[in-house]
Design a protein around this ligand. Structure first.
Ligand code: BES
Ligand code: ZN
Ligand code: ZN
Length: 473
């Protein structure tokens, strides 16, 4: 459930009985404990009870190495641990960290969210984070309130992405995702245009239709526009892969962990959240979100290995494996984005390849980019937000691997360099000279284990990266 937490920034010690104190490594004279009992190791915790009050120490590690990201994690760790033992009102002593209020609010609110829509009431958490108090020095009050508001918007947008993303494929179908977009547009004054199957057919989105052919739930092509910049400024266009379930299609995946492919919609779902946060923060850029929602299933009308597809801009694809479907739907979307928007930057998010998970694990997303300045901006944004991206190569050698004898390209590049051949495939549909980045989030979009500031499941990776790291800088 998404919690409604009241946030209070105050310069007076609160009377809330559950408090978090953040502790550097080796910090001396902590009330109630000896150095041997709690040494401030990064993200370690210790709970103390004194007269009805509960104090949670959370370690920050070495003082010189403490970053915004560690404070986000530390606040999240403390709040998550407190919620597990029934807390509802929590205060954090933030007096030593006036520059990191936003990050602490993000961590705390992210920890408050848990996906439990389908649990029996008896199995659901009984408590929720009703109030969060942050104690700051009087002179920091005003700035802290503004920072907290930004943190709140970001965390709420992330929790919104997580709530939709964690839903299974039988609930969040392409139509359902389109309805979420429409609802968001209504409440945020975004412009929203949704194309159904009939319109997709009429306008030649044949790649999307091919991938969606096997499912009884027809595809949706969702465009959301937010105008916060000067009228004639070119927009930043964000494109997201939203395969609501990826069975692999005729090239069926093995059964083991196939259930996780309900998360194959996270590129597109995150784009939805980015538009929400951009609108709520009144970002001063024009931003367009394009979300391609399809389900990849085998069926009588499914596309097959060997098929050749003529895409939106006339370039053709030889299909060798129906499980490499993300790049196929993105072909139409990239061509559309370039034709209609002449983007200032074009950035796509996709859970594109298993190979990027092998290469980078769940720690960093693969970044493929044609514009050095944009690359540097995104890498710096990753450091700032804790959503790290790692530059990986594009180039002629990889394009060579996807050459087809009968079409512009084939959708399989062989065993070697999987993330790069996937990216090079998408590049085929990016107009000459456009500042483009592809972010392969296959390893970072969800987590199979609990993290410092969240429970298992969808992470909303990419939202802070773009909104905080790119839009607000
Ligand atoms: N959605 C998958 C990629 C994926 C795999 C994401 C594991 C997260 C975890 C994608 O559509 C896919 O199946 N890719 C294939 C491509 C291959 C056939 C070239 C893959 O990675 O195996
Ligand atoms: Zn696939
Ligand atoms: Zn996929």
């Amino acid at each position: 459930m998404i919690e409604l937490t009241k946030i209070q920034i105050t310069d007076k010690p609160s009377d809330v009985s559950d408090g978090i104190t953040l502790v550097f490594k080796g910090e001396k004279n902590l009330p109630g404990v000896s150095a041997a009992e709690f040494d401030g190791k990064k993200l370690s915790t210790l709970l103390l009870r004194c007269e009805g009050d509960r104090q949670m120490y959370v370690g920050l590690g070495d003082k010189p190495k403490v970053t915004k990201n560690i404070l986000r994690q530390a606040a999240g760790t403390g709040v998550k641990a407190f919620l597990k033992i029934g807390a509802e009102q929590i205060s954090i002593d933030a007096r030593s960290f006036p520059e990191h209020i936003q990050a602490m609010v993000e961590g705390a609110l992210r920890s408050a969210y848990k996906f439990e829509t389908y649990l029996e009431p008896s199995a659901q958490r009984k408590n929720s984070l009703k109030q969060l108090h942050l104690l700051v020095a009087s002179r920091d009050l005003k700035a802290a309130r503004e920072e907290a508001r930004v943190g709140e918007v970001l965390a709420q947008a992330e929790n919104y992405v997580r709530e939709i993303g964690n839903q299974p494929g039988n609930v969040v179908t392409p139509e359902a995702l389109a309805e979420h977009a429409q609802q968001l547009a209504r409440t945020r004054k975004l412009i929203c245009k949704i194309r159904t199957k009939k319109e997709l057919r009429k306008e030649g989105f044949n790649a999307i239709l091919a991938v969606g052919g096997g499912s009884a739930h027809p595809p949706r092509f969702i465009v959301l526009e937010y105008r916060g910049g000067p009228k004639n400024e070119k927009p930043i266009v964000l494109v997201g892969k939203a395969v609501t379930f990826d069975s692999g299609g005729i090239s069926l995946k093995p059964g083991d962990r196939m259930d996780e492919m309900k998360f194959d919609k996270m590129g597109g779902t995150t784009v939805l959240g980015i538009l929400r946060a951009a609108a709520d923060l009144k970002i001063k850029h024009n931003v367009v979100g394009i979300i391609v929602a399809v389900e990849n299933l085998p069926g009588p009308e499914a596309y097959r290995p060997g098929d050749v597809i003529k895409t939106y801009n006339g370039k053709t694809i030889e299909v060798l494996n129906t499980d490499a479907e993300g790049r196929i739907i993105l072909a139409d979307a990239m061509a559309y984005a370039c034709k209609h928007y002449q983007p200032r930057h074009l950035i796509d998010f996709a859970t594109l390849t298993g190979a990027v998970v092998v290469a980078l694990g769940s720690h960093k997303a693969g970044l493929f980019v044609t514009d050095d300045k944009l690359r540097d901006q995104l890498v710096a944004a990753g450091e700032l937000t804790g959503q790290h991206v790692w530059p990986m190569p594009l180039g002629e050698e990889y394009r060579e691997q996807i050459k087809s004898d009968i079409a512009t390209v084939k959708n399989l590049g062989g065993k070697e360099g999987g993330p790069s051949t996937g990216a090079s495939f998408i590049q085929t549909w990016v107009g000459e000279g456009i500042s483009w980045a592809h972010i392969d989030i296959a390893g970072t979009a969800w987590s199979n284990k609990e993290l410092s500031y969240q429970e298992k499941g969808v992470t909303a990776f990419g939202l802070r990266l773009i909104v905080e790291g790119l839009f607000r800088i």
